[in-house]
Design a protein around this ligand. Structure first.
Ligand SMILES: Cc1cc2nc3c(=O)[nH]c(=O)nc-3n(C[C@H](O)[C@H](O)[C@H](O)COP(=O)(O)OP(=O)(O)OC[C@H]3O[C@@H](n4cnc5c(N)ncnc54)[C@H](O)[C@@H]3O)c2cc1C
Length: 400
């Protein structure tokens, strides 16, 4: 049986940056990454909007607030140093309800507290930046430093860099069983003993944590994010990123415009319930037992109505229909027509944690320790942006 000082479960951006951080601190350590897929980037880290967020939304003191701006800088520097594509487009955030004035102020204050560069602009300035956009209260936030990257290219680059450093990444390998006392993992490719284990299994992080008796008061609720592509025939102009002022009760940012590295413009993502942790398309990835449990949990959330869940679910569920999705786009750019939206295969699933005692969607990142192990339980957005800072925090949790 092989022994490793560190075993990392899951080779998404969180696992990859943990490995990189461990190597930088202990270059002699033996490090193994276990990944159930045949390559990196098959899940959250390869299916997101590719936005390096600036740290606008998160309450002061939260892990997200502490990690986002510094993580964005580290990731941007990494892209520059390795000549990976990055475009510093900037973004505008638009109030979409008449009563959004105080919330605009709140976000401005949060952004300043979190060290993000931000300005409040008027309708004329907004028109100069984004001629198709409108703000219902005549004011908007402008965040000049927000950048877009190509997440798939980044995870592939980091993974080959790690392999060149001598870190073992074993693909197609899934844990069957854990013997916590013997610090041993049983996988479809044999047994591995570990000194310390990091669980960064994304959509399955709660299941892996439960095997260590960690995170029993949580479960994961998958929310599907579908996108449409903006037709090149559309009259809507999108120069940068155009976001709505989000509902701050829930951890989702709302349907927005994202301009990708190649200049293509996408609208999305939704936050629709998924009937399986990997239920990306049609019936593929639906798990009947899990689907039933997800529907039950959603029903409970609807009943308890914490975080305004009822209103949130009414709005989001309808966005399954293209006409309602287009209405969400029109809140930002009134000239958008249904025909401007072209179907595309871009879809991601958010690994959203639900607190079973409080009946609340967990808003912040969660990291908990078990025996000889650290578990990353709610690596939702902006975990891609934050990853290089977040990895330092996660590795610091290891007990010596
Ligand atoms: C639609 C959408 C848009 C988003 N937009 C942004 C954005 O613009 N900016 C931003 O910063 N963040 C964004 N995010 C969030 C971001 O994508 C995630 O926070 C981040 O990718 C999480 O990384 P991860 O490594 O935890 O998970 P993942 O990338 O899912 O990696 C986990 C890995 O673990 C593997 N795994 C699972 N179980 C096991 C097991 N038992 N054994 C071995 N391997 C296992 C999986 O195969 C997977 O490769 C978005 C997310 C979504 C869904």
């Amino acid at each position: 049986m092989k022994y490793y000082d560190y075993v990392i479960v899951g080779a998404g951006i969180v696992g990859l940056t943990i490995a990189r951080e461990l190597f930088s601190r202990e270059p002699e350590a033996k490090i193994l990454m276990l990944e159930k897929e045949l390559e990196v980037g098959r899940h959250g880290s390869g299916r997101n909007s590719g936005v390096l967020h600036s740290g606008i939304y998160y309450p002061e003191g939260s892990l997200k607030a502490r990690m986002c701006a510094s993580g964005a800088k580290l990731m941007a520097d990494y892209c520059d140093a390795n000549k990976l594509p990055i475009v510093r487009l900037g973004k505008v955030i638009l109030p979409v309800r008449d009563n959004h004035g105080p919330q605009l102020e709140l976000l401005f204050q949060r952004a300043v507290a979190n060290g993000a560069k931000v300005e409040i602009i008027d309708q004329r300035q907004l028109h100069e930046l984004e001629p198709s956009a409108r703000s219902v209260i005549g004011k908007a936030l402008y965040v000049p430093e927000t950048a877009v990257v190509d997440p798939g290219t980044i995870v592939k680059h980091i993974s080959s860099e790690l392999q060149n450093m001598g870190i073992d990444i074993v693909f197609d390998t899934q844990i069957n069983d854990v013997d916590v006392e013997r610090a041993t993992l049983n996988t479809n490719h044999g047994e591995f003993r570990y000194g310390w284990l990091f669980n960064s299994a994304g959509q399955y992080a709660d299941k892996v944590a439960n095997a260590f008796d960690v995170g029993k008061c949580y479960t994961l609720l998958p929310f599907k994010g579908i996108y449409y592509r903006l037709s090149s025939a559309s009259k809507v102009v999108c120069n940068r990123l155009i976001y709505p002022l989000p509902d701050l009760n829930v951890p989702f940012l709302g349907v927005h415009y994202t301009k990708k590295i190649d200049g293509q413009v996408y609208l999305g993502p939704t936050a629709l319930p998924a009937l399986g942790r990997e239920h990306y398309q049609r019936l593929e990835g639906i798990n009947l037992v899990e689907g039933t449990s997800i529907l039950f949990r959603l029903g409970q959330q609807y009943f308890f109505n914490k975080q305004g869940f009822r209103e949130f679910s009414h709005i989001e569920a309808l966005r399954f229909f293209k006409s309602k999705f287009a209405e969400a786009g029109r809140l930002l750019t009134p000239g958008l027509s249904d025909e401007d939206l072209l179907p595309c295969n871009k879809v991601g699933i958010r690994a959203q944690l639900l607190d079973l005692k409080k009946h609340e969607l967990v808003m912040d990142f969660v990291v908990e320790n078990g025996e000889n192990s650290t578990h990353v339980l709610n690596a939702i957005s902006p975990a891609f942006t934050s990853s290089m800072s977040f990895a330092k925090y996660i590795v610091d949790q290891k007990v010596n």
